[in-house]
Each structure stands twice: as structure tokens, then as C-alpha cells.
Design a protein around this ligand. Structure first.
Ligand SMILES: NC(=O)c1ccc[n+]([C@@H]2O[C@H](COP(=O)([O-])OP(=O)(O)OC[C@H]3O[C@@H](n4cnc5c(N)ncnc54)[C@H](OP(=O)(O)O)[C@@H]3O)[C@@H](O)[C@H]2O)c1
Length: 112
């Protein structure tokens, strides 16, 4: 089982296609539900795998992160790989529920 932060676009989506094609169960986690649902269909079609799902996650909101983690632990028996793809250098949002002004990606080169 592979949990991929992001995955509804860009590098994350291409990674999800490749991993699903190789037989992995892939969970993409991001904010935009519509984009994610469309991405899941595309990833499933391109990989010929139905073992790809979406879960909502807003990384700048600690409440969302905790809800996600609780649901994940409840529903998934294992986690083999975590891919920290999602994020951005500087958010355009003016405020967050828990953080202000800057959200750095886990994997961003700017966050090293
Ligand atoms: N593209 C490049 O040339 C390049 C070069 C070096 C490093 N990177 C790094 O590689 C990663 C992916 O790049 P990309 O170009 O593929 O980006 P992208 O197409 O903009 O995709 C970003 C993904 O992250 C998700 N995301 C962003 N902020 C989030 C948040 N606060 N909570 C949950 N999900 C969030 C987005 O979901 P939503 O649509 O739901 O927001 C989307 O799925 C980034 O960390 C980027 O800094 C990219």
C-alpha cells in the first residue's frame, strides 16, 4: 500500500499511474475533490488498476491531518511507502486554521 500526498496533477499523478500499473494499492490525498475524482478515474484507466482511491487531506490544517490519520489507521491494514509529494513554496491563502502565511512542501527543494 502506497500513500501519495498530492496525486491529482503533475508529478504525483504520473507517479500514481506508474505505481498502480506495477500492482500497488495507491491512495492519493489532496484538497480538490473534483480534480481528485477525475484523477482517480484517469489513473485507474491508464494503469488498468481499480486499486486507486482518493482521500481528502489539507496539509495546512492540523485538524484535517489528524482526521485523515485517524481514518487511515481505522481503514488501512498497512502502509508500505509514504511519498511526500504535495505542497507549495508559499501559499496564496491569507490565513489557515492552524498555520499562517507559509506552507512548505515536505519534499520541496526549498524546504531542505
Ligand atoms: N514540477 C517541477 O518542475 C518541480 C520541480 C522541483 C520540485 N517540485 C516539487 O514536486 C512536488 C510536485 O510538483 P508538481 O509540479 O507535480 O505540483 P502540482 O501539479 O501543483 O501538484 C501539487 C499536488 O499537491 C497537492 N497539494 C498542494 N498543496 C496541498 C495541501 N496544502 N494539502 C494537500 N494537498 C496539497 C495538490 O492538490 P490540490 O490540487 O488538491 O491542491 C496537487 O495534487 C511539489 O512539492 C514541488 O515543489 C516540482
Amino acid at each position: 500500500m502506497i500513500f501519495l500526498k498530492g496525486g491529482n496533477s503533475g508529478i504525483g499523478k504520473e507517479t500514481a499511474v506508474d505505481l498502480a500499473r506495477r500492482g500497488a494499492r495507491v491512495i492519493i490525498a489532496c484538497r480538490n475533490v473534483k480534480k481528485a475524482e477525475e484523477a482517480v478515474k484517469e489513473i485507474q484507466r491508464r494503469s488498468s488498476s481499480s486499486n486507486v482511491i482518493y482521500k481528502h487531506l489539507e496539509l495546512s490544517d492540523q485538524g484535517s491531518v489528524r482526521r485523515f490519520a485517524e481514518e487511515f489507521i481505522r481503514e488501512e491494514p498497512r502502509l508500505d511507502y509514504l511519498i511526500n509529494n504535495a505542497g507549495e513554496l508559499i501559499s496564496r491563502e491569507k490565513s489557515f486554521k492552524s498555520f499562517k502565511s507559509i506552507v512548505c512542501s515536505d519534499s520541496s527543494p526549498y524546504n531542505q
